[in-house]
Write a protein that binds this ligand. Sequence first.
Ligand code: CUA
Length: 155
Amino acid sequence: MHLHRYEKIWLWLGGAGLAIFITLLAINAFAMGMQPPSDMQMIDPQKVDQTPPFDKPGLKQIGEKEYDAYMTAFAFSYAPSVIEVPVGSKINFHVTSKDVVHGFEIPKTNINFMVVPGHVNSASMTFDKPGEYLILCNEYCGAGHHVMATKIIVK
Ligand code: CUA
């Protein structure tokens, strides 16, 4: 089979690019330990309302300005319905679903994750600016998906 010179060059470039990509991926995964979060926290989605701390969704103060927020997502809302913290507070969100897959996004921040039944998903954020922060569902979950939201009041 005859290959044109340019064709050979492009094949080598493509192959080299692929090799570099796979090498970087392997370094990230194995040497630097960048891996998807493991499912350390599981929960029976049928028994969320009976499983502490999700039986009483809400804020728990764990430091001077640090809170654990245990929240549940369900069609078509979140519990607790409103969260209030003083400005400068760090909130560690722990969220699980009671029914289907929902989303948990605070627009214009880095907080954006899926809420999957059977799992507890976590993320932390410090609220340095006072105001109202919207939490919204960004995974289509049914007829009321577009109204599924709650808020955090920082003052
Ligand atoms: Cu919950 Cu969309």
